[in-house]
Design a binder for this molecule. Sequence first.
Ligand SMILES: Cc1cc2nc3c(=O)[nH]c(=O)nc-3n(C[C@H](O)[C@H](O)[C@H](O)COP(=O)(O)OP(=O)(O)OC[C@H]3O[C@@H](n4cnc5c(N)ncnc54)[C@H](O)[C@@H]3O)c2cc1C
Length: 168
Amino acid sequence: MDTDVLVVGAGPTGLMLANQLARRGVRFRIIDRHAGPAVQTRALGVQARTMEIYSHLGIATRALELGKPATGANIWAGGRRAVRVPVRDIGRDLSPYPYLLILGQDDNEALLGEALRKSGGTIEWNTELVGLTQDADRGRQDQTCGWQCRRDHGPLGWRVRRCAQRGA
Ligand SMILES: Cc1cc2nc3c(=O)[nH]c(=O)nc-3n(C[C@H](O)[C@H](O)[C@H](O)COP(=O)(O)OP(=O)(O)OC[C@H]3O[C@@H](n4cnc5c(N)ncnc54)[C@H](O)[C@@H]3O)c2cc1C
């Protein structure tokens, strides 16, 4: 595998990192052991700073179309609503996106993945890192999963196994 940066994982963290590397013209590859993007909602509160960064990536408008600003949070105790915390304008005068945007992690990952594709990046699914050792002058990963696979070797010492079928 010939690359300067290997991004392991195509969740929100890896996708954002890959997008930032792409913006700066750094050579990278991004791998994930899963077969494709997550389909569960999971995390769903997008902070103002994330939206500001999304605007740099050109995906803030689409995020606003897909999501909804949060109005408040309810805290329940003993089966009754104990308190309501208003959060609608939580960041007024602080950000162009002065609210908490409710947008599921699956949608966020889709937006980040699309931005990455537009920058020429490709997520390599079914590819798992299962070990990493580091020499004085370079890192090396080692993979030992039991799937049908092909190994790549590169000048940085990366070794990547591509899994044709997860769980085989
Ligand atoms: C059911 C559920 C509900 C949640 N609800 C909330 C919530 O309401 N609010 C909230 O803030 N957070 C929530 N979370 C947490 C949120 O989903 C995580 O904080 C978020 O996914 C972290 O993003 P990440 O990119 O760092 O890691 P992940 O999303 O975990 O992504 C890591 C990726 O790396 C890949 N990977 C890992 N190891 C390797 C390897 N060795 N080789 C190749 N690929 C690898 C994985 O396949 C995965 O796709 C929830 C999580 C779950 C599971």
